[in-house]
Design a protein around this ligand. Structure first.
Ligand SMILES: Cc1cc2nc3c(=O)[nH]c(=O)nc-3n(C[C@H](O)[C@H](O)[C@H](O)COP(=O)(O)O)c2cc1C
Length: 199
């Protein structure tokens, strides 16, 4: 397979999803466990955590988001739009929650004081690496996915409902499912503005 053309170029944010089965739950589990085994982390600290929500858990999660936003978005016209966007995720197959284990980050800061100011940044870099790996791997299976950030307004309720350790900090969410939208073309800056090659 041509990885650049067939996988990297085809990855997009798919925000309107449906729940039709594209791959088995076992395959989803395998992909997530592979990423969380082999994805790199600074000092190999492995502070990244994931929770995979399927079926009722997935739906419960998007209900939590909707309830949290309802309290903030008081204009009913604007909330209608918000709800429409959220339904695109709710109607999907599952959601991956991304966390950083802050206890591990704190231990690193204590153990390696010269680098203490960088461990949170590096934890976030590692998160991004795990997220992009999952994004392209799920899309490679025929699923659609996107990255969302409804934290921190949902953090307490998510921890309570899904029994998440207090030291895990929610940093992103990835709803996925059967793609259910025609994507608009996106624009690209001239590559010379972004990449410099010196010989
Ligand atoms: C670090 C990062 C954060 C993002 N956060 C969100 C988000 O909170 N909600 C959302 O709908 N899309 C989010 N996106 C998706 C971007 O808007 C999207 O990747 C970009 O517009 C390019 O479109 P594409 O993903 O279809 O190629 C995020 C992307 C990145 C890389």
């Amino acid at each position: 397979m041509n990885f650049l053309e067939e996988v990297l170029k085809k990855r997009r944010s798919v925000r309107k999803l449906s729940s039709g089965k594209i791959v088995s739950d076992e395959r989803i589990k395998e992909i997530v466990e592979f990423v969380y085994t082999y994805s790199p982390s600074a000092f190999n600290a492995q502070e990244h955590r994931a929770v995979v929500l399927l079926n009722d858990s997935h739906k419960k999660f998007w209900d939590i988001v909707k309830e949290a936003l309802k309290k903030i978005v008081t204009d009913s016209k604007i909330f209608e739009k918000t709800e429409e966007k959220l339904n695109g995720f709710y109607n999907g197959y599952g959601t991956i929650l991304f966390f950083i284990d802050t206890e591990t980050v704190k231990k690193l800061e204590k153990a390696f004081t010269n680098y203490k100011d960088f461990f949170t940044t590096w934890a976030n870099h590692g998160e991004g690496i795990a997220q992009i790996l999952l994004w392209i791997l799920l899309e490679n299976e025929g699923l659609g996915a996107s990255i969302q950030h409804y934290n921190p307004i949902i953090d307490n309720e998510v921890k309570r409902v899904f029994d998440i350790p207090q030291t895990w900090e929610l940093v992103a969410q990835m709803p996925f499912g059967k793609p259910n939208e025609e994507l608009k073309d996106k624009t690209f800056l001239p590559i010379e503005q972004k990449v410099i090659i010196k010989q």
